[in-house]
Design a protein around this ligand. Structure first.
Ligand code: GLU
Length: 296
C-alpha cells in the first residue's frame, strides 16, 4: 500500500491550507451554485437490476452523508442538500433519466454503507467512500471520481499545529468515524494513539471544539470543510499520509450500472470540473479529475 508513517512537510501544508480556507467562511455549506443536472430522456440501460428497481420505484434511493460541508451537506433550515458528492449523485441520477424530485436521499454512516447496498436499501452511494479491496468483497465501486488523503484537524491555538509526524499524537486522543479507513489506519499502524469514534465526523468536531479530543482525523477534503466552518478555532494539518480514492458504491455484480457510471465520468466533458468548481473548489483546493479504474 502507499501508506507511510511520516507526514513530511506537514507544517508547510498547514500554512497553505489556512490561507486557502480563510477565504471560505461565508456559507455554512461552503458551496456555490451548482449547475442543474440534465435529465436524460433516451436511457437504454440493459441488464441492470438496480436500474430496473429504480424505474419500477419511480426514482433512485441514494445513500449520502449530510454533515460534511462542501461534500455532502444538508441545510436543516432550508432542507437543501449541497456539496460535491451530492452533485455527483444528481449527475448520475440525471443520466439515468431521473430529476431531483424523483430522488430519495438516505443518510448512511460510514460503518453501514456496504450493508445498505447488500440489503438493497439504497441503489447507489456517493459520500467520501474510499475504494478498498475489503469493501470490494461485498460491493462494487464505479470511479474513482476524486482522490484525497488522510489528514488531521486540530485546534488553531494548540501546540498540535506544530506536529510534524503522526507519532507526535502518541499518548493523545484522535477522533474519527467508526468503520472508516482513517480510524482503521490509526488502530493498525499507530497503536500508541488513543481513539474516540462516532458514527459521524461532526460529533468528533464537537469534541475537538470542547477539548475532549486532541485531533480529528479523516480525509483532508472533509476536514477542510470543517475548518472553514470554524476558521478562528480549527486548522487542518494536511499531510495526506494515505491515498483515498472515492468511488460510487453500487450493488455487487451490476456491471451494466458500473459501466454506465464510468462512461459518464470518462465522457462527461466539462461536467466534473463544473461540479467541482461550484462545490469543493470553492475552498481553494485544486484537484484534477482522476481516470476511472478499468473494470476487472
Ligand atoms: N474516505 C474514508 C472512508 O471511506 C473516510 C471518509 C468516510 O468515512 O466517509 O472510510
Amino acid at each position: 500500500m502507499r501508506r507511510t508513517r511520516t507526514l513530511t512537510g506537514i507544517g508547510i501544508a498547514a500554512v497553505t491550507l489556512l490561507a486557502l480556507t480563510a477565504c471560505n467562511s461565508g456559507s455554512p455549506s461552503g458551496g456555490g451554485e451548482a449547475p442543474d443536472a440534465e435529465v436524460a430522456d433516451d436511457v437504454a440501460l440493459e441488464g441492470s437490476p438496480t436500474y430496473d428497481a429504480m424505474v419500477e420505484r419511480g426514482g433512485p434511493i441514494i445513500g449520502v452523508k449530510e454533515d460534511q460541508p462542501n461534500l455532502g451537506y444538508l441545510d436543516v433550515t432550508t432542507g437543501e442538500r449541497s456539496g460535491f458528492d451530492i452533485e455527483i449523485a444528481r449527475w448520475i441520477a440525471g443520466s439515468l433519466g431521473f430529476s431531483e424530485d424523483d430522488i430519495t436521499y438516505e443518510p448512511i454512516a460510514s460503518a453501514n454503507r456496504e450493508q445498505a447496498l447488500v440489503n438493497g436499501d439504497i441503489d447507489y452511494y456517493v459520500g467520501t467512500y474510499s475504494i478498498t479491496d475489503q469493501r470490494k468483497e461485498q460491493i462494487d465501486f464505479a470511479g474513482p471520481y476524486f482522490v484525497t488523503g488522510q489528514g488531521f484537524l486540530v485546534s488553531a491555538d494548540s501546540e498540535m499545529t506544530e506536529v510534524s509526524d503522526v507519532s507526535d499524537f502518541n499518548g493523545m486522543t484522535v477522533c474519527s468515524a467508526t468503520g472508516s479507513t482513517p480510524i482503521q489506519n490509526i488502530k493498525e499502524n499507530f497503536p500508541e494513539i488513543s481513539t474516540e469514534e462516532y458514527d459521524i465526523y461532526s460529533a468528533c468536531v464537537d469534541d475537538l471544539l470542547s477539548g475532549k479530543v486532541d485531533a480529528v482525523t479523516t480525509d483532508a477534503a472533509i476536514l477542510i470543510g470543517y475548518a472553514a466552518q470554524y476558521p478562528d478555532e480549527l486548522t487542518v494539518l494536511d499531510g495526506l499520509f494515505t491515498e483515498e480514492r472515492y468511488g460510487v458504491g453500487i450493488p455487487k455484480g451490476d456491471t451494466a450500472l458500473l459501466e454506465h457510471i464510468n462512461t459518464l465520468f470518462t465522457d462527461g466533458g466539462d461536467k466534473w470540473q463544473e461540479i467541482f468548481d461550484a462545490t469543493l473548489g470553492q475552498s481553494g483546493i485544486e484537484v484534477e479529475q482522476p481516470a476511472v479504474d478499468p473494470v476487472e
